[in-house]
Design a protein around this ligand. Structure first.
Ligand SMILES: [Zn+2]
Ligand SMILES: [Zn+2]
Length: 264
């Protein structure tokens, strides 16, 4: 059984296609006991639609759905804050507007470069791209307020079809990130979105999950990163298999930003 899906975007995100209610129905259909909505909070200068997310009407809708699906589905209020280390003020401000169960911290941009922009990858080397990304994640972890580090090796989604991906080449940088995650008691978002793309790669890569477990890391969440109801829970079976194979035996639940580990 898949215990939860903690990374999904509804139509309250700029790029989400389905209503939260539709996504809840899909979760129930799949037998998922718990989900978390994590709408995008994007405020950077290169965003197409900054500050699109409005927490108040969204939270009211989640409260309605919590009543509607009581006893069938646990619904968490999460948020995906992009580059919180660069925009600490709006990152903090949004968290005061409604209660949140957890905060995903993510890097989507390195400088002006969007991590899904193929042109960026075609004009840079693999080392330039991956090293710049991991350095940005490290900077995020130094100061940002978060509970879960989202998609640790996100460039793989666009970069792998262009020039492959060998995490061992960046082992030192990645282990530094993992050490910070462990020291800060954060969780890793085991993100299956890469499995529905050409890259066919779990994020983080299964090898990184192994390093994490070897280093004593045990906090993970599972996320489809669904942007439509049909993607809810998608490929989380494969994600869970990789988690278990790495030797991780718990999944982490969050409620009002308190972590609870449950056995797998
Ligand atoms: Zn993201
Ligand atoms: Zn996301």
């Amino acid at each position: 059984m898949i215990p939860l899906d903690y990374h999904m975007h509804s139509s309250f995100s700029e790029d989400g296609a389905s209503s939260p209610e539709k996504m809840c129905h899909q979760a129930i259909k799949l037998g998922l006991p718990e989900i978390g909505f994590t709408e995008h909070w994007d405020v950077g200068p290169f965003e197409k639609n900054p500050r699109f997310f409005q927490p108040e009407p969204w939270y009211a809708e989640l409260e309605r759905l919590r009543d509607l699906f009581a006893g069938k589905l646990t619904i968490r209020a999460g948020i995906e804050v992009a580059e919180p280390h660069l925009y600490p003020q709006p990152a903090a401000e949004v968290l005061t507007r409604t209660p949140f169960d957890y905060v995903l911290g993510s890097v989507h941009f390195v400088g002006p470069h969007f991590m899904f922009d193929e042109a960026y990858f075609r004009t840079h080397t693999a080392d330039e791209v991956y090293l710049a990304y991991f350095a940005e994640v490290e900077t995020l972890l130094q100061t940002a307020d978060l509970d879960i580090l989202a998609h640790l090796d996100l460039p793989v989604r666009t970069a792998k079809p262009i020039f492959g991906y060998d995490p061992t080449r960046y082992k030192d940088q990645i282990r530094c990130i993992l050490r910070m995650v462990i020291e800060r008691n954060l969780a890793l978002d085991v993100n299956a979105a890469g499995l529905r793309k050409t890259a066919q790669n779990l994020m983080p890569d299964p090898l990184i999950l192994k390093w994490y477990a070897e280093m004593g890391g045990e906090r993970i969440t599972l996320g489809s990163d669904a942007h439509a109801a049909s993607q809810v829970g998608l490929h989380l079976d494969a994600a869970l298999e990789a988690v278990r194979a790495a030797g991780i035996s718990h999944v982490t639940q969050f409620e009002r930003r308190q972590a609870h580990l449950i056995s797998l």
